[in-house]
Write a protein that binds this ligand. Structure first.
Ligand code: ZN
Length: 242
């Protein structure tokens, strides 16, 4: 079985459609969504609709809950706050309800998904350092936990002795005696210097994990956001993936 884990679409329809096409090419069996369908971008409604239709498992991101008024957007920067207001106004009733009903964490097939971190998912703290990652290992069951939120893909492994390290590269064999905390990057707003959409793929039979990059028409997304009057820095950052 092949499972795709996607996160942080952020209303970027062009990136999401390119990823959706790749999921078909890769013959993916299940799709798990780690949160933030909306925020920042120009297409909250179709992106939420796609998640509702296609995700076998889904959790809420902070932008999802901010767009539907479950949490405040006070902690967001000025541009993100402006975009969340715009996104809230352009979200259909059914889509808003779908986002409101999303849980904070889910587990299926031994895989946990959560947007920010498994220890305190409702506080939306980032996992930025190896120490942050290590602190979170006791808070999920099973071998695999997937997160989003920072938009920076990274694989952290804990071996049978409890030693924690970053696994370099875009693909790896999942060791039987190890547990993994993996950030799958962002579909719609990558921040690791690569503007291509990013998501994770597990082949359960082969015990393999890969980060997949998909190029899309980022110029089109940039133009659309500019024309609609969304904050220009949010459009510009997509061009460089930062
Ligand atoms: Zn995000």
């Amino acid at each position: 079985m092949k499972i795709a884990i996607i996160s942080d679409i952020h209303s970027n329809l062009e990136a999401m459609e390119a990823v959706a096409e790749e999921l078909v090419n890769l013959s993916v069996d299940e799709v798990y969504f780690a949160g933030d369908a909306v925020g920042y971008g120009a297409d909250p409604d179709p992106c939420t609709h796609w998640v509702a239709e296609n995700a076998d498992l889904a959790v809420a991101g902070n932008h999802d809950f901010a767009a539907v008024g479950i949490i405040e957007s006070d902690s967001f920067n000025l541009y993100a706050r402006e975009a969340i207001r715009w996104n809230a106004e352009h979200l259909g009733e059914e889509e808003a309800r779908y986002l409101s009903d999303l849980p904070l964490t889910e587990t299926r097939n031994g895989i946990t998904i959560v947007h920010a971190n498994p220890s305190l998912p409702e506080e939306w703290g980032y996992i930025f350092t190896l120490w942050d990652a290590e602190m979170n290992f006791p808070y999920f069951e099973g071998e695999l936990c997937f997160v989003g939120h920072s938009h920076q893909p990274v694989v952290v492994r804990m071996d049978s002795d409890g030693a924690v390290s970053i696994v370099p590269g875009d693909s790896l064999h999942l060791e039987e005696d190890s547990r993994y905390l993996i950030n799958v990057g962002s579909v719609g707003q990558p921040r690791d210097g690569n503007p291509a959409a990013c998501f994770g793929l597990i082949d359960m039979e082969k015990s393999e994990f890969s980060l997949i990059r998909v190029t899309y028409d980022v110029g089109k997304t940039h133009e659309k956001m500019s024309e609609l009057g969304l904050p220009q820095p949010l459009a510009d950052r997509l061009l460089e993936g930062k």
